[in-house]
Design a binder for this molecule. Structure first.
Ligand code: GTP
Ligand code: MG
Length: 233
């Protein structure tokens, strides 16, 4: 008898596939940000945790975002526009990794203030996906970042969604997935989703959560009830 599959593949539904994805802006300072327009989802985490690889896997593109085994590869904030198979458009934002010790102190400070200003001042930011390497667990930087994401923003906007993701799950034997995820989840005090850019584990649930926090899907429940002449269609 064949073994029971460990992870049930979720049934695909409209919106699960990204049909278009392209880079549209890069910034090394707040003055270079593109004007705020659509819902943005930011990807944050320590250098080398797998942010760029996760974004490639999410969008099912080989090399939309540049990845590297050398920490500190991403040196700017990059915006990518995605269109799903149900025509929903979401902007994904790749942030430079924090906590990379080999940069000079002033360079690290500059990066930290760029990340802070983006996360606290971007009016169209809807959620941050915080990546944690499953083998390294949380470090002080990660906990500080969660605190900052919960801080009062400096602009008027809805409270940020926070999605915690454990990366590089393929590096753990399958029988360690559940206990390691549960242990880390307990330490974080919030739900944690396992992901692998190599196998694609976690792609669909993460994409669906991102869409939900970007405000897509609310449309399914939207009913337009005209109240006055000229309202609605
Ligand atoms: P910075 O841009 O430096 O902040 O790094 P990053 O967080 O964008 O990481 P990146 O995606 O460039 O990946 C760093 C290294 O980890 C690369 O060598 C990737 O191939 C590897 N990597 C990323 N995700 C996974 C994964 O899910 N599994 C495995 N096995 N390796 C991964
Ligand atoms: Mg990167």
């Amino acid at each position: 008898m064949s073994a029971k599959p460990q992870e049930k593949a979720p049934k695909t539904q409209a919106g699960d596939r990204v049909v278009e994805a392209s880079f549209f802006a890069g910034a090394k300072s707040a003055a270079q940000y593109p004007p705020p327009a659509l819902s943005e989802i930011a990807f944050v985490g320590r250098s080398n945790v797998g942010k760029s690889s996760l974004m490639n896997r999410l969008t099912e593109r080989q090399s939309l975002v540049r990845t590297s085994s050398t920490p500190g590869c991403t040196r700017q904030i990059s915006w990518f526009r995605t269109v799903s198979d149900d025509k929903a458009v979401i902007d994904l934002v790749d942030l430079p990794g924090y906590g990379y010790a080999k940069r000079s102190k002033s360079e690290r400070k500059e990066w930290a203030s760029l990340i802070d200003s983006y996360l606290l001042e971007r009016p169209t930011l809807r959620a941050a996906v915080l990546l944690i390497d499953i083998r390294r667990g949380t470090e002080d930087d990660d906990l500080e970042l969660i605190q900052m994401l919960e801080d009062e923003p400096r602009v008027s906007r809805a409270p940020l969604g926070i999605i915690c993701v454990a990366t590089k799950m393929d590096k753990l034997p399958l029988n360690q997935h559940k206990p390691t995820l549960l242990g880390l989840q307990q330490k974080l005090g919030r739900p944690l989703l396992g992901f692998s850019a190599v196998s694609g584990l976690g792609r669909v649930p993460l994409w669906r959560k991102i869409r939900e926090l970007a405000g897509i899907g609310a449309f399914e429940d939207l009913t337009v009830v005209p109240t006055r002449e000229g309202d609605g269609v």
